[in-house]
Design a protein around this ligand. Structure first.
Ligand code: 5AD
Ligand code: SF4
Length: 474
C-alpha cells in the first residue's frame, strides 16, 4: 500500500513509471524495437539516446510488443522493489519468444552490471546486457546476439556523455523535453548505488547542450529540463573560449536561447547549489522557480551516516536563503524513512524539517539496502520493516498536509501556465504547469494549443492539483 502511494506521487512527475514509446511511423521501418524504462528521469533520457542509436540501424520504435524484433528494458536498481518489477517483466517478455523465436530481449541501464550473469546464464532471461555507458556498442551487440551468442558490455567510462547523439524523443508531449547535461555521480551518499551503477561524474560539452536546446526550441518545444544526478557540480572547460562553464553559466546560456523557452533542472544537492545559481534564477523569468532539494533525513546524526556532508541547520539555512532570493520558489524533496540506526527522535527530526521547509511535494521511500553501497558494507540495516513502513506512512501523511496547505495558499492567485495538453481525467479540461512546477487544470478555451502560455487564476485545489479558470491569453 505504501509503495503504491509512493509510486503515485512519483507518477505525477514522470519518475518511476514505465512507458512504451510512441512510434513516429510504425510502418516506416522493417524492424522494430520496443523499450520500457524504469527509475529516474535520467533513465528515460538514456532510452531516447538508445532509440537514436537503434534508429540509425534501421529499427523504428513501436509500442506494440507483438511488432517488436527487439525488446529492451531500461532498468533501475535504486531500490529492491524496482529489481523485482524488472524480473517480472522479463519473464513476461520471454513468453513472447514462443511465438517469435527471432525476438531478442535486452537489459539496459543500472541493473546490467550486477545482474548480468544471473539474467544471461543462470536464468536465461535475456540475450543482450548493456550498461549505461556502453550504448554505442548496441549495434555490434545486436549482431552478436543474432548469431546466438550472449552479448554483454557493462563497462563504465570516464568520458562518455553521448554529447553528439541527438536523442529521438519518445512518448513526448512535444512541449517539454529532458536534456542530459552530465552523467554519473561522485558523491557517495552511503545508501546510494548510483555511483557504482553509473560511474564517475562527467559533464557534457556545454556547446552541445545549448545546441540541443536550440534545436528543441526550433522544433516547437517550450520547456527543457537539464538533467544530472547532481547538476550543481556541472563543470566543463570550453577550449574554444578558454573558459570554465559552471552550472550557473550553463543555465544562463540556455535561458538566453529564447524568453519563451522555460528552463528547469534536476537534481540539486543541497551542499552544491550556489548563490550564483540562485541569482541566475532570479534574473531570468524563464528559469522556473522550482528546486528539487533532497533532504533525505532531518537528523544531523543520520545525515552524517548517510554521508550527505551537511547538517540539519545547514540545510535549513539553505532553504531560508532560497526563500530570501526567490520568495515564490517551489521546493520539493526526497526523503528516506528508516535508514540504519534511525531512532524515533531522528524520525521526528525528519518530520520537523519537512514542516520547516514546507515542501510542495516529496518523493518518499523507506530505506532499502543495496549491495555494494557504503551503508551495506558499514552499517546494519537494523530498523524493522514494520517501523520503516510506519514512519514512511507518517511522512506521506505529513507531506499530504503540506502539499494541500501549499496549494491552498495559491487560491485566488494568477499564474502563467505552459499548456501541456488535455488532462488525463477529463478531456474537456486541459492541464499545464506553473513556474513552480505545480499542475493546473482548467476548462479548455477554444483554439488553445499545446505549448501556448496562458494566465490561469486558481479557484480551487486538491492535494495534488490546482484547479483554475483562464484569465487571458498571453
Ligand atoms: N533506499 C531508499 N531510497 C533510496 N534512494 C536512493 N537510494 C535509496 C535506498 N537505498 C532515494 C533517495 C534519492 C532518490 C533518487 O532515491 O531519496 O534521492
Ligand atoms: Fe546517489 Fe547521492 Fe549521487 Fe544522488 S547525490 S545519485 S543520492 S550518491
Amino acid at each position: 500500500m505504501l509503495d503504491f502511494l509512493t509510486q503515485k506521487v512519483h507518477d505525477e512527475n514522470r519518475q518511476g513509471e514505465a512507458y512504451a514509446p510512441f512510434a513516429v511511423d510504425e510502418n516506416q521501418y522493417k524492424k522494430h524495437f520496443y523499450i520500457e524504462s524504469y527509475g529516474c528521469q535520467m533513465n528515460f533520457a538514456d532510452s531516447e539516446i538508445v532509440a537514436s542509436i537503434l534508429q540509425e540501424q534501421g529499427f523504428g520504435a513501436t509500442r506494440n510488443l507483438e511488432q517488436a524484433d527487439l525488446i529492451f528494458i531500461n532498468t533501475c536498481s535504486i531500490r529492491e522493489k524496482a529489481e523485482q518489477t524488472v524480473r517480472k517483466r522479463l519473464t513476461d517478455f520471454k513468453k513472447a519468444k514462443k511465438s517469435n523465436p527471432g525476438l531478442l530481449i535486452g537489459v539496459l541501464g543500472c541493473m546490467a552490471e550486477r545482474l548480468k550473469a544471473k539474467f544471461l546464464e543462470e536464468e536465461k532471461l535475456v540475450d543482450i546486457v548493456v550498461g549505461p555507458d556502453a550504448y554505442r556498442s548496441l549495434p555490434a551487440l545486436i549482431e552478436e546476439a543474432e548469431t546466438g551468442q550472449k552479448a554483454v558490455n557493462v563497462l563504465l567510462s570516464r568520458e562518455e556523455t553521448y554529447a553528439d547523439i541527438a536523442p529521438v524523443r519518445l512518448d513526448s508531449n512535444g512541449v517539454s523535453a529532458f536534456v542530459s547535461i552530465m552523467r554519473g555521480c561522485n558523491n557517495m551518499c552511503s545508501f546510494c548505488v548510483v555511483p557504482f551503477t553509473r560511474g564517475r561524474e562527467r559533464s557534457r560539452d556545454a556547446a552541445s547542450i545549448v545546441a540541443e536546446c536550440e534545436t528543441l526550441y526550433r522544433e516547437g518545444y517550450k520547456e527543457v529540463t537539464l538533467l544530472g544526478q547532481n547538476v550543481d557540480s556541472y563543470h566543463y572547460f570550453d577550449e574554444s573560449i578558454g573558459e570554465a562553464v559552471t552550472f550557473a553559466h550553463l543555465l544562463e546560456k540556455v535561458a538566453m536561447i529564447a524568453p519563451d523557452l522555460r528552463v528547469r533542472f534536476s537534481t540539486s544537492h543541497p551542499k552544491d547549489i550556489t548563490e550564483e545559481v540562485l541569482q541566475t534564477m532570479a534574473r531570468y523569468e524563464n528559469i522556473c522557480k522550482y528546486i528539487h532539494l533532497p533532504v533525505q533525513s532531518g537528523s544531523s546524526r543520520v545525515l552524517q551516516l548517510m554521508n550527505r556532508t551537511y547538517t540539519r541547520e545547514w540545510y535549513m539555512a539553505k532553504v531560508d536563503r532560497i526563500r530570501e532570493v526567490l520568495p515564490d520558489c517551489g521546493i520539493s524533496s526526497d526523503i528516506i524513512a528508516g535508514f540504519c540506526t534511525e531512532t524515533d527522535e531522528d524520525h521526528q527530526d525528519t518530520l520537523s524539517i519537512m514542516e520547516y521547509s514546507k515542501y510542495d511535494m516529496s518523493y518518499m521511500f523507506f530505506y532499502s539496502e543495496r549491495p555494494g553501497t557504503l551503508a551495506a558494507r558499514r552499517y546494519t540495516d537494523d530498523v524493522p520493516l514494520e517501523t520503516k513502513k510506519q514512519r514512511l506512512s507518517e511522512i506521506v501523511a505529513l507531506q499530504g498536509r503540506l502539499s494541500r496547505e501549499s496549494n491552498e495558499k495559491d487560491l485566488g492567485k494568477t499564474f502563467k501556465v505552459l499548456v501541456e495538453g488535455p488532462s488525463k481525467k477529463n478531456p474537456d479540461e486541459w492541464m499545464g504547469r506553473n513556474s513552480q512546477n505545480k499542475v493546473i487544470v482548467f476548462p479548455k478555451p477554444t483554439g488553445l494549443k499545446k505549448g501556448d502560455y496562458l494566465e490561469v487564476t486558481v479557484t480551487d485545489c486538491t492535494q495534488a492539483t490546482l484547479i483554475g479558470n483562464v484569465k487571458r491569453e498571453k
